[in-house]
Design a protein around this ligand. Structure first.
Ligand code: ZN
Ligand code: ZN
Ligand code: ZN
Ligand code: ZN
Length: 374
């Protein structure tokens, strides 16, 4: 279920299933809203149309898709002027009359397309892989066509990725709800697209609804963990850092208790929690937490691991709090010097990680200099 609010009063539905229209499955918080919507909200007019479209969930997906396509085409209008679709060779789509998009790495006259044509292509490729029961790897590469350009293979971004997200969701919304199905993957594509377009509030609602659905279906803690992690990302994007921290603590505790097979997954949760502690200015707690985790992470991941690098970076930041002692800042500076030269070598100087470490090093050096003066 992606419909997250009562159709009449817009109250969030949350875990409760509320009341459904018996014909079209439109959802309400209760019978009063359902009755009111039928009598005064125009549902008596729309009900048949929604049922014909495949029910409320499908109807909602179709409507959101159409809106998202026009937003995407509008945003690309300047870039796509005078061009044609590389799939159907037309400027205007023959059926939908939608305009073209292009938000990938294609340059020149390459890569212009209609979202509908891109979606149609992705659907055909995925259907074929499903029907012929092709290898996991092939299926995966075909599924990637919901998010990446088939020509330059770069992921689309912003409003185009968002429109493809709705396209993907509208294609698979009627599939069964149980775990690990194509329907779950489609929600993932939609959530990713909404996030990239900066629509974090919508993304959060969808992830929360997804979580409720998964709870209702009795999914494993491991599967729920992934969704909870996605919810924490949304909360962080929305600046709701305290709520995100509470969730990060739970994710870490669960991950630790489940004793996940891949240690990399556990230390991603450690990394996220330490980041959350820093975001909420809990430097002392972050410091002792990381002091305890770093030796274990080094043993489990090996010295050249990317997550270990980021854990050490966070550790350095935890030493640079406003009330930090000169000793701590000195330790942070030494560590950041080491990390900075590693980052330059491994990622290259223009990489955001290398640039970030360099910035933090400059900050630590200034702090060290000012503490010498005083
Ligand atoms: Zn209501
Ligand atoms: Zn209805
Ligand atoms: Zn086309
Ligand atoms: Zn491209």
């Amino acid at each position: 279920m992606i419909l997250t609010h009562c159709a009449a009063c817009a109250a969030p539905l949350g875990l409760a299933l509320g009341k459904k229209c018996g014909r079209c499955s439109t959802r309400y918080c209760g019978p009063a809203c359902q009755e009111q919507h039928w009598k005064e909200g125009g549902h008596d007019q729309l009900c048949k149309l929604i049922k014909k479209a495949g029910g409320a969930e499908q109807y909602n997906a179709n409507t959101k898709y159409t809106e998202a396509v026009s937003v995407a085409a509008e945003a690309c209008a300047e870039d796509t002027k005078g061009q044609t679709c590389y799939i159907c060779t037309q400027a205007l789509h023959w059926k939908t009359k939608e305009g073209l998009v292009r938000m990938c790495a294609c340059r020149g006259t390459a890569g212009f397309a209609h979202v509908s044509c891109l979606a149609e292509q992705a659907k055909i490729l995925v259907d074929d892989a499903e029907e012929r029961n092709l290898d996991y790897e092939i299926r995966d590469s075909r599924w990637a066509r919901w998010t990446a350009c088939g020509l330059c293979e770069q992921e689309y971004h912003g409003v185009v990725l968002c429109a493809l997200g709705w396209a993907c969701w509208k294609t698979y919304v009627s599939r069964p709800e149980d775990s690990n199905t194509i329907r779950t993957c489609a929600i993932g594509v939609l959530a990713h697209g909404l996030g990239d377009a900066g629509r974090h509030e919508e993304r959060l609602q969808i992830q929360q609804t997804q979580f409720s659905t998964q709870m209702r279906l009795g999914l494993s803690e491991q599967e729920l963990l992934a969704t909870r992690c996605n919810i924490a990302v949304c909360l962080e994007e929305l600046g709701r850092d305290e709520e995100a921290l509470a969730l990060r603590r739970e994710c870490y505790a669960t991950s630790k208790r489940l004793n996940v097979a891949n240690p990399g997954d556990l230390y991603i949760d450690v990394l996220n929690l330490s980041k959350s502690l820093l975001d909420t200015h809990r430097h002392t707690e972050a410091r002792s937490f990381l002091r305890e985790q770093l030796p274990k992470a080094r043993r489990a991941l090996g010295p050249a691991d990317d997550t270990l690098f980021k854990l050490r970076w966070n550790y350095a930041l935890s030493l640079c709090d406003t009330g930090a002692s000169r000793e701590d800042v000195l330790e942070a500076t030494t560590l950041l010097e080491e990390l900075s030269s590693t980052a330059q070598r491994v990622y290259g100087p223009s990489n955001p990680v290398a640039a970030g470490v360099k910035r933090d090093l400059a900050h630590a050096r200034r702090k060290l200099a000012s503490s010498t003066d005083s």
